[in-house]
Design a protein around this ligand. Structure first.
Ligand code: F6R
Length: 357
């Protein structure tokens, strides 16, 4: 099934451009408009707040989803770690809509929230890669991710698919509310697919970055602001789960509140700088860590690239930048794990679907 690929993870990273095209195809009607089931549309229109519930990588997609729903559709949105929500339920709004994001559709932590919120009478929408899964069957509505089977334990193409479907949902909701947007998500996702393809063709460069920054290190930090911070969290999770390098993602502005104490001579710091409105601030955070000896690896889109940046990614719509900037994170983690002789597809202590609480 891996074909000529040495690992499922690499194959699944490479499939992302096709997944984007598949999603565009599945969510487009004959007039090139968004195709979505009417009852999903109505559920979005009827709620006063969205509660996204997820775990791990899917939680990281949820953090980006909140930005989409609030910035594009003006729908107040909260994102919760499923295992926390069950034991510590926040005050709910009058008309909540629960959105469960799960690649497998089988994660027990999410299911327990679903059972609880259904008992309270609240509607549930599941976004999953497995439409016949438990969460999908037990929810009122399902949005299919269309990523194809994901075998590697480390989630890659499901994450970008989740963000793509969240963007489509946000734009559709905005249109239904009569908000005018300059943003055609299907067209923009096509541009994203092309950008992903360009990155997949530059694997040797990520192999080299992994050698230069990560081959012997004990730890690694990811910094960013706004959307880049959330992608940094995902970058850190990818790196730690498959390479066993201790990795953490931080908001650039938080460094000075404690974390900067961890920076030593040679500490790798991967900085994402895709958002123009915070470019100056993240650049000064990079200066701060470099001044303390960090080995900084700045990844920026073409239109914001400066001399000394480690890698330049194609420019896409700034809200969709996470779908592109995560590919370097995935590929750098993959090669770091490979250089350290780790079992890329089956990292220790982890299972593909977590069916216990
Ligand atoms: C990380 C990873 C996990 C899952 C998490 C949720 O690469 O795969 O963090 O994202 O266990 O799984 P799903 O999305 O199946 O609910």
């Amino acid at each position: 099934e891996k074909g000529t690929y040495p690992h499922f993870m690499l194959k699944e990273i490479d499939e992302q451009p096709f997944v984007m095209r598949k999603i565009i195809q599945e969510y487009q009607d004959e007039n090139d408009d968004i195709k979505l089931e009417e009852d999903v549309r109505q559920a979005m229109a009827a709620c006063d707040r969205v509660y996204i519930i997820a775990a791990g990588t899917s939680y990281h997609a949820g953090l980006i989803g909140k930005e989409f729903l609030e910035k594009i559709a003006q729908v107040p949105t909260e994102v919760h770690i499923a295992s926390e929500f069950s034991y510590n339920m926040p005050l709910l709004s009058e008309k909540p809509l629960f959105v469960f994001i799960s690649q497998s559709g089988e994660t027990a932590d999410l299911r327990s929230v679903l059972v609880e919120t259904k008992q309270l009478g609240h509607p549930a929408l599941t976004m999953t890669n497995v439409p016949g899964s438990t969460l999908s069957r037990e929810s009122d509505y399902t949005l299919h991710l269309h990523a194809g089977p994901e075998i590697a334990v480390a989630s890659t193409k499901a994450y970008t698919a989740q963000m793509a479907v969240l963007a489509i949902l946000a734009v559709d909701t905005a249109r239904a509310k009569g908000l005018t947007l300059e943003f055609d998500p299907l067209k923009e996702l096509g541009i994203v697919g092309n950008a992903m393809e360009a990155l997949c063709d530059q694997k040797e460069e990520f192999d080299q970055i992994a050698r230069d920054y990560l081959s012997t290190t004990r730890n690694c930090f990811f910094i960013g602001r706004g959307l880049d911070y959330f992608v940094g969290l995902e970058g850190a999770l990818k790196l730690k789960e498959i390479s066993y390098i201790q990795a953490e993602g931080f908001a650039g502005g938080e460094l000075k509140h404690g974390t900067i104490a961890l920076i030593e001579d040679g500490t790798p710091v991967i900085a994402l700088a895709t958002q123009e409105h915070v470019d100056g601030s993240i650049r000064s955070n990079v200066q701060e860590v470099v001044a303390r000896g960090a080995n900084a690896c700045v990844i920026s889109p073409e239109h914001l690239t400066r001399e000394g940046d480690a890698f330049s990614i194609p420019t896409v719509h700034p809200l969709l930048a996470p779908l592109v900037s995560v590919l370097p994170m995935q590929l750098i983690s993959y090669y770091a794990a490979l250089h350290r002789d780790c079992d890329v597809d089956k990292p220790r202590n982890l299972a593909k679907s977590v069916t216990v609480e």
